[in-house]
Design a protein around this ligand. Structure first.
Ligand code: FAD
Ligand code: UDP
Length: 391
């Protein structure tokens, strides 16, 4: 059902959250969907495109797909084929480029030693300073590897990236990066690690390619929300903005991206080089490592963290969680709007987690539709096809 032949759903945002739900509602439930994004492109922060030199780059910084969820991987595999890619990162520390996450080679290179794994374990154990409770990112790191390595690899990077000290940030942030005593130098260990073969944007184009999906770019939803009729909304922008920041602005960390193309085949020794202690930027990414593209030139991006600007990262710390809790309560009290995604649910989610959240939201919507139809008809004997269209 839709008002005056309008849309069943208005979806705000064409990133992972919005696009997965658009695809599911249109293809899975036959709904008519309008997807609106204020940017000039689909894909949200995962958007990639060919730059002036013809190198495939990620406009909003490096996006590396990895997941342990076969459901998420299988779902996305309907819209892309993949190129296997295992991500590796080096950190510039004490004048050397060493593997990050810290591993056996990092320790040996840094201290000029030849430890084996068992000895490295004992080495780190001697450095570690156990803490009674692990609340902050500082606790998480120092309790594992001690103060010295914490300062070399984590403190400066985290202060730059978040604008606050690791002692003010939830433990989970720095705990995203493991510490190893073997020689595994992969950034991720997930069971699926691959990049969409023709890029993220092509994958999004395939997701959104359906007769029931209409796309409106360069449009703030607030400009059309009272003009175009629709039944329900899915909102994937910043949750505080939806409610006119009535409890105050929810802090999101921003970034400025400096893109450069060089007349070289290779610019640096790894896909990403982190600079925990030097420079105002946190890391440099060279895209050809990620995409596997062959090209005589190469393009890189520098990330300069900022307080103001487009919202990219929710900032995980207790006071922000409390403020988000107030917005979350409002969101729950707004039943015709579903809040989904990294900005709308204020969660430091990777792409696969957003896909999983969107798929779960869709399943819940189907289940709620089933219940509503079931109770309205006093029966529960709908076929699954009928149930799916009851969203
Ligand atoms: P978004 O992609 O932010 O989409 C929200 C969309 O809503 C945006 O396009 C925005 O323009 C639109 N919007 C907002 N307000 C309005 C409005 N008022 N009207 C209309 N449109 C609006 N994840 C990984 O898994 N691996 C990585 O390597 C990785 N690297 C990252 C690197 C960086 C620098 C960043 C910032 C993130 C990275 N991520 C990574 C996380 C990943 O970007 C997110 O998990 C994912 O893109 C979130 O999707 P989303 O749909 O929730 O939000
Ligand atoms: N981090 C760090 N030094 C590094 C890499 C990461 O201190 O060399 C910390 C930092 O706080 C960072 C967090 O670990 O924000 C998570 O790192 P990740 O690479 O997952 O960040 P993202 O890719 O999401 O920006």
């Amino acid at each position: 059902m839709n008002q005056q032949n309008g849309f069943d759903y208005l979806i705000v945002g064409a990133g992972f959250a919005g696009s997965v739900l658009a695809e599911r509602l249109a293809r899975g439930s036959g709904k008519r969907v309008l997807v609106v994004d204020k940017r000039s492109h689909i894909g949200g922060n995962a958007y990639d495109h060919h730059d002036a030199a013809g190198v495939l780059v990620h406009r909003y910084g490096p996006h590396i797909f990895h997941t342990n969820s076969s459901e998420v991987f299988d779902y996305l595999s309907q819209f892309t084929t993949w190129r296997n890619y295992e991500h590796r990162v080096l950190a510039s520390v004490d004048g050397q480029l060493v593997p990050m996450p810290i591993n056996l080679d990092t320790i040996n290179m840094l201290y000029g030693m030849k430890l084996n794994s068992r000895e490295a374990e004992a080495f780190l154990e001697a450095l570690a300073e156990p803490r009674e409770s692990i609340r902050t990112s500082e606790d998480a790191v120092i309790s594992k590897i001690g103060k010295e390595l914490y300062v070399k690899f984590f403190r400066g990077y985290t202060r730059k990236q978040w604008g606050i000290d690791p002692s003010e940030l939830d433990a989970a942030v720095a705990a995203r990066v493991p510490v190893r005593t073997n020689r595994d130098d992969r950034y991720f260990t997930d069971s699926y690690q691959s990049m969409p073969r023709h890029g993220f944007t092509r994958m999004f184009e395939n997701m959104l390619d359906h007769k029931n999906i209409h796309l409106l770019l360069q449009t703030d939803y607030r400009d059309i929300v009272d003009v175009i009729p629709f039944d329900k909304m899915i909102y994937t922008g910043p949750v505080d903005e939806f409610f006119d920041c009535r409890f105050g602005k929810l802090p999101y960390r921003s970034l400025e991206f400096l893109h450069e193309t060089h007349d070289l085949e290779r610019f640096q020794a790894a896909a990403v080089v982190n600079y925990p202690n030097e420079h105002a930027f946190t890391r440099i990414t060279e895209f050809k490592y990620l995409t596997g593209q062959t090209h005589p030139k190469t393009s890189v991006v520098y990330e300069f963290p900022q307080a103001a600007g487009d919202p990219y990262y929710p900032i995980p710390r207790p006071e922000n969680a409390a403020l988000y809790g107030q917005y979350q309560a409002l969101a729950k009290a707004t039943p015709d709007v579903h809040f989904v995604g990294r900005l709308a649910t204020y969660r430091y989610y990777n792409m696969d987690q957003v896909v999983a959240q969107a798929l779960t939201t869709y399943k819940n919507m189907v289940a709620a539709g089933q219940q509503a139809t079931g109770s309205a008809n006093g029966a529960n004997s709908h076929s699954s096809t009928k149930a799916l269209t009851a969203v």
